[in-house]
Design a protein around this ligand. Structure first.
Ligand code: MSP
Length: 529
């Protein structure tokens, strides 16, 4: 049987910003899903990249006194470095300045045009360079964009997309695909926005040059008031096309396109949901292309209660967190602290608290205690549970750690499908707490004195719980989980979600390497423990 495929994308990042915790958040969330799907037997394609055109980038390059191309080459690299820093397992990295993307975005434009959905007109209204978005007078708040960004008056010839014609089709699509926009609050927001009526969308600009030329653009017909300007594609149409261009579109026979379009999930921040859940499906319908299955909007991080901004000087750089707290600790914190979809607040105190309580004191402590007892009392080999009948405590404990084939795989898959990372992690923490309680109740150091077989059985059950926990945390903490699985001598082909059952239990007598601590306790400098 062909493995099921799964195509997941991050937004492509604007290159005029240095990578910060918000960017790392979107990428880590996607990475967790991509890793989970791989471990569950899917053929996965995971795309990220950089959004390099537009007026904002042209301005930043001018400020830096260099050519836009030179500017984007150097800053795009910061986002490539972010993928390495955060251990992101993307399969491709697309840049909108690449030839493959430019040709593809132009092909998409042509298709929409051939189908009669693009016409030449004149745009008169406000434009926010920071948001790269158009606004009507009525949408402005105190003379600014609703996001607080400055706007400028624009009056220029422009190509338009007939977005107003797609209202009913979009609403019918949302109705037929209730999970297309997630979580539900975002869905309601978009549905009411579309119900409020859609205006045709200006999809080209003539007042700057840094972008993809509109294909086949002719001087405007006389009488339209336009001169012979050359049009540049609106940066959002250009950017959204990346999800297709990376698969080889317009070659619909390209292997990646055949295997992976339509996308299973576009992960985005709540600020860019409208572009993905309204414009993008309308563009795709206009080009006769299948629509993605889901757009998931996550919330925003504030920093110690304040909006993160360069002017406040409170931008949190992922590299600093990783250097201070560790990579897997940072990945864990980002998804453990806030229910995915909600806004969250980053605080250093919480970060230290979560790392110490979940990782050092709970999972780390369980691994450390168990493995050092096994090393000392079982000749460094997996002990056996032979000749010991399971009591009620054992049964309850083993029930909690094993995934039973009857229902749990579907349950776990659904939790990932709905991006309930926070609950998944809370469940894992609960299992580790239960395991720590189990050690205390069984007190293997006392059992040793009564009957060594009892101690061996307890340690065996504990090793099984560690095996299951380590398999479960793999999508979140790939390095630490593999360290733990190595310490249990688990072969690489026994680390999938399918192996979370008793059928794949550890084999007694297997040699184990000397134990090493995995999650050190984090101590604030200058503070006694
Ligand atoms: N280039 C566009 C996306 C085009 S996709 C076809 C863009 N880029 S961005 O760099 O500004 O933002 C990328 C992602 O980072 C967005 O999903 C955004 O929500 C996210 N974040 C930016 N700041 C954030 C926080 N403070 N908190 C959480 N995520 C945030 O938009």
């Amino acid at each position: 049987m062909q493995p099921k495929s799964f195509y997941i994308t991050t937004p492509i990042y604007y290159v005029n910003d240095r990578p910060h915790i918000g960017h790392a958040y979107t990428s880590v969330a996607c990475d967790v899903l991509a890793r989970f799907k791989r471990l569950s037997g899917y053929k996965v394609r995971f795309l990220t990249g950089t959004d390099e055109h537009g007026q904002k980038v042209e301005k930043s390059a001018a400020t830096a006194g260099i050519e836009p191309k030179q500017f984007v080459d150097s800053v795009s690299q910061h986002f490539r470095d972010l993928t390495a820093l955060m251990n992101i397992s993307n399969d491709d990295f697309i840049r909108t300045t690449e030839g493959r993307h430019i040709a593809s975005a132009q092909a998409l434009w042509k298709k929409m045009q051939e189908n009669g959905h693009i016409y030449l007109g004149k745009y008169t209204g406000w434009y926010s360079v920071r948001d790269e978005a158009y606004f009507q007078e009525s949408e402005l708040v105190g003379g600014k964009a609703p996001t607080g960004a400055d706007v400028e008056w624009v009056e220029e010839p422009s190509y338009f997309f007939d977005l107003s014609k797609w209202q009913d089709k979009l609403l019918a699509f949302y109705e037929a695909n209730p999970d297309f926009i997630s979580p539900p609050t975002r869905r309601n927001e978009i549905v009411s926005f579309v119900k409020g009526g859609l205006r045709d969308l200006s999809i080209s600009r003539t007042t700057f040059r840094w972008g993809i030329p509109v294909p086949g653009d002719q001087p405007s017909p006389s009488g339209s008031g336009a001169a012979s300007e050359k049009h540049i594609m609106y940066v959002w149409l250009d950017a959204l096309a990346n999800y297709l261009s990376a698969l080889g579109y317009p070659d619909t026979q390209a292997q990646h396109y055949k295997d992976f379009w339509p996308a299973d999930i576009h992960m985005v921040g709540k600020d860019i949901i409208r572009f993905h859940a309204v414009y993008w499906p309308a563009f795709l319908m206009a080009a006769d292309l299948p629509l993605p299955r889901q757009v998931f909007a996550h919330g925003w991080w504030t920093i110690e209660g304040e909006k993160m901004s360069k002017s406040l000087g409170n931008v949190v750089a992922p590299a600093e967190l990783v250097a201070e707290f560790g990579l897997d600790q940072t990945r864990w914190f980002l998804l453990r602290e806030v229910p995915f979809g909600n806004d969250g607040n980053f605080s250093r105190e919480r970060m230290v608290g979560v790392i110490n309580s979940d990782l050092a004191n709970n999972i780390g402590n369980l691994v450390q205690r168990t493995l050092s007892m096994v090393a000392k009392n079982c000749e460094g080999k997996v002990p056996d549970a032979d000749g010991v009948a399971r009591d009620e405590l054992d049964m309850a404990f083993l029930n909690a750690i094993y995934v039973t084939e009857a229902d749990t795989p579907q349950k776990v898959d659904a939790m990932y499908q709905q991006c309930r990372f926070h609950e998944i992690l809370a469940d894992i923490v609960a299992i580790a707490s239960e395991a720590n309680n189990y050690i205390d109740s069984k007190a293997p150091w006392k059992q040793k004195k009564i009957d060594e077989r009892l101690m061996r059985a307890t340690l065996y059950h504990l090793l099984e719980s560690i095996r299951c926990i380590a398999i479960m945390i793999q999508p979140f903490m790939p390095d630490s989980s593999s360290k733990i699985l190595n310490q249990l001598s688990i072969p690489m082909d026994k680390r999938n979600f399918d192996h979370l059952s008793e059928k794949h239990a550890l084999v007694a007598g297997t040699e184990l390497p000397p134990p090493e601590p995995v999650f050190p306790r984090f101590l604030e400098k200058g503070k006694a423990e």
